[in-house]
Design a protein around this ligand. Structure first.
Ligand code: SF4
Ligand code: SF4
Length: 224
């Protein structure tokens, strides 16, 4: 059966006037509107010379926080477990010269898999992985998208915007009572300096004491 012409126009529908039926005035009106918007250069950046600086809430590429020259990360693996596209992998190793005892031997994020969801940041008990403001990444080869510790570690001082944002806003769904404070950190990064100072003090104290006089000890043993 051949198609049929159906007019769905309702009687209330506005009828085009004479100029609108000509179309050309409307076309020039539209072109004029576009031209007027072109003058507003605030909508466009001359990238990459000009770049957008995102707000603190922005989720750019995830990075690891470096504090006092070391990663905050204790290689617990929670971020890797919670990462939906399985972009994170790591290997832990023990450290004896720091209070936290564990560090990642290697840590890798596949940036081609990362979907910038921020789950890793949400679950990290150490605030060791946070979302940065970096959004422009290009790769020539797939292997370049595997970011290791060398690219992931960013000094804490350069992440203060995000860290203070997290302190203000993190996990608000649990209410105001849950308030992340660095000094409550279970692995006591707060004490790292105290801990290292304590070690130095203990070594200095041990050096100050004279070694025991072995002759006196031997004589006492012979008399007994
Ligand atoms: S932002 Fe999301 S996808 Fe990217 S590494 Fe973190 S958890 Fe994985
Ligand atoms: S959750 Fe935090 S501390 Fe645990 S492995 Fe990931 S970045 Fe490191």
């Amino acid at each position: 059966m051949p198609g049929q012409f159906v007019n769905n126009a309702t009687p209330e529908e506005r009828k085009l006037n004479f100029w609108e039926r000509l179309y050309l005035p409307e076309i020039f009106k539209g072109l004029g509107y576009s031209a007027s918007k072109m003058k507003l250069d605030s909508y466009a950046f001359e990238y990459p010379e000009e770049q957008w600086y995102p707000p603190d809430s922005y989720r750019g590429r995830p990075v690891l926080v470096e504090e006092q020259g070391r990663p905050r990360c204790v290689a617990c693996g929670l971020c890797a477990r919670s990462c939906p596209p399985l972009a994170i992998s790591m290997q832990a190793h023990e450290v004896t010269d720091d209070i936290k005892e564990r560090e990642p031997e290697w840590f890798e994020i596949n940036m081609l898999r990362c979907i910038y969801c921020g789950f890793c940041e949400e679950v990290c008990p150490e605030e060791a992985i946070v979302m940065s403001k970096e959004y422009d990444m290009t790769f020539q080869h797939r292997d370049e998208a595997h970011f290791g510790l060398d690219k992931l570690l960013i000094p804490k001082e350069r992440l203060t915007d995000r860290l203070s944002f997290l302190e203000r806003r993190r996990n608000r769904q649990f209410g105001e009572a849950w308030d992340y404070q660095e000094e409550n950190n279970v692995h006591t990064l707060r004490n790292r300096l105290d801990y290292l100072a304590g070690l130095e003090e203990a070594v200095a104290r041990a050096d100050e004491h004279e070694p025991p006089n072995t002759e006196i000890v031997d004589e006492a043993a012979a008399a007994a």
